[in-house]
Design a protein around this ligand. Structure first.
Ligand code: F6P
Length: 498
């Protein structure tokens, strides 16, 4: 049972960009210190240094881990084949200078990618829209297509014109079937307006660590943006994969997002453990998982701009730390990363919060709040109304978090009994800006890294996903009639019906 009685405990770490209040975890500094002493390996400092220097070993994939090196616009730019193509492409598309092969201005950009090549760029573009540099002369509409079934293309293709649309093929490997299947459907849609040759000439940008793959596909060198193989897919929004974010807000604002992440890197590297946001998040998570036995963490942003954060966090945390083998391929017989779920908090209140307050299950949650809102692009009346909404949202965030922790008793009235004792964090920023957004995401990355180190697992590979992909190839071969193989009766039944 969680001790939620000492309501006077107040534990809060404040930094310039991001703050963490963990008062409702019911953990004292002494407990946290003991936990750190027991669980942080002796070489933690060395490993952290390696990570921040791009030198950490991703042993199973035989490469280093270098996403932190991308926290500088210069690195993103350099990755564009040594030329300043990233910022050039951003400027040309945002200013309306980029013309399609038939001489028309590009109005729409579609990012085709999946996993890290979709979730980060989509989250960032949506969250930071209002920070767009006003140097764009015309409006560029950005769309995201990821699902291999074509359902998203089905919705977006009818509103697009091939002559005024650029497709970003975003794939680290340039071999992911989901992405290639969507690209294939796009090719079938071009005619009669464009030939494939015309399309490749001006309407495709490749973003990948596989330059040869982009060249073989026929993408002209000036439309290829590469990034290092050592940048993991789920850590790649800081690299050229972040192109849709830069197209939405401009290269200058994009660099501010990188600055925010860099500031978090510095905080992670220097702040003492008890004042270190990523390390505290990690240790608190370890305690909840191992001591309290809670297997899940809900991500609850109380700002609509962060609505894609929970899905992003699912990949970041679950693909990194959902593992049962150590670095040295020894079985791990203890739980590792929790199930990450969640949703936009204010909507969650009208959907799943009832279960959280009065259902049977144990959970932990991270509430994420934005305290102030400027909204300079609106009239003063709208600004005032929006500020009121921000206050409304923060009050609701505080209220639900309080009830989940403190509970409420009502003797003899089970309908009005709230068990409480659900440990939660409150992560908050004064304002959502490219910098504070960058800091928030980097803090979560470092949390996941720290937990991976503690559990002794490699947070940078994903063998389970690879295995699933291989099985799918076998099944597709049988559905297509290229091979005969017998599976279980349930799988066979669907194959037969197809
Ligand atoms: O899900 C497996 C995975 O490899 C992710 O790690 C990655 O983000 C996603 O597929 C997409 O891969 P790619 O960018 O190579 O197309």
């Amino acid at each position: 049972m969680v001790n939620n009685s000492p309501a006077n405990n107040f534990y809060c770490i404040e930094t310039d960009l991001l703050n963490l209040d963990f008062s409702f975890q019911g953990l004292t500094q002494k407990q946290l210190n003991e936990l750190a002493e027991r669980r942080l390996p002796e070489n933690f400092e060395l490993l952290r240094k390696e990570l921040l220097a791009g030198e950490f070993d991703n042993k199973t994939e035989g490469r280093k881990v270098s996403h932190c090196l991308n926290r500088s616009i210069h690195n993103v730019v350099k990755a564009g084949n040594g030329k300043n193509r990233f910022t050039e492409i951003v400027r040309e598309l945002r200013s309306g200078q980029w013309l399609g092969t038939t001489g028309k201005v590009i109005t729409d950009v579609v990012n085709i990618g999946v996993g890290g090549s979709d979730l980060g760029p989509m989250m960032g573009s949506f969250a930071l829209k209002e920070f767009a540099d006003d140097n764009s002369l015309h409006t560029l509409h950005t769309h995201f297509v990821s699902s291999m079934d074509g359902g998203q293309l089905y919705a977006v293709l009818p509103i697009l014109n091939p002559e005024t649309t650029v497709f970003i093929i975003a794939s680290k490997s340039f071999g992911t079937i989901d992405t290639l299947a969507n690209v294939n459907t796009v090719k079938a849609w071009l005619e009669p307006k464009l030939t494939e040759h015309q399309w490749l000439e001006r309407h495709v940008i490749g973003v990948s660590a596989n330059s040869q793959g982009m060249t073989d596909f026929g993408i002209p060198p000036a439309q290829q943006l590469s990034f290092a193989d050592s940048v993991g897919g789920r850590y790649s929004l800081w690299s050229a994969i972040g192109l849709p974010i830069a197209l939405t807000i401009g290269a200058n604002q994009f660099s501010k997002m990188l600055e925010g992440a860099k500031a978090m890197d510095d905080h992670f590297s220097k702040a003492p453990f008890l004042e270190n946001i990523p390390m505290l998040l990690a240790l608190i998570g370890i305690y909840n998982r191992e001591v309290r036995g809670i297997n899940n963490l809900a991500i609850l942003p109380y700002d609509g701009r962060l609505r894609y954060l929970p899905s992003y966090m699912q990949q970041l945390d679950m693909e990194s730390n959902g593992k049962q083998a150590t670095h040295d391929n020894q079985p791990l017989n203890a739980p590792t990363g929790p199930i990450i779920w969640g949703g936009y908090g204010p909507n969650g209140q009208h959907a799943f919060f009832q279960h959280l307050h009065q259902g049977w299950d144990h959970f932990t949650a991270d509430f994420i709040a934005v305290l102030h809102r400027q909204a300079p692009n609106f009239s003063s009346d709208v600004q005032r109304a929006l500020r009121e909404q921000q206050r409304l949202s923060v009050s609701n965030c505080l209220a639900h978090r309080k009830l989940m922790w403190e509970g409420a008793q009502s003797s003899g009235d089970p309908r009005n009994a709230y068990i409480g004792g659900h440990p939660t964090n409150l992560l908050y920023v004064d304002e959502l800006t490219p910098q504070s957004f960058g800091a928030l995401i980097a803090a979560y990355e470092h949390k996941v890294f720290t937990q991976g180190v503690i559990w002794g697992i490699n947070s940078f590979d994903q063998p389970g996903v690879e295995k699933g992909k291989k099985c799918a190839v076998d099944i597709l071969d049988v559905i297509d009639g290229n091979r005969s193989m017998v599976f279980d009766p349930s799988t066979n039944n669907i194959i037969k019906r197809m």
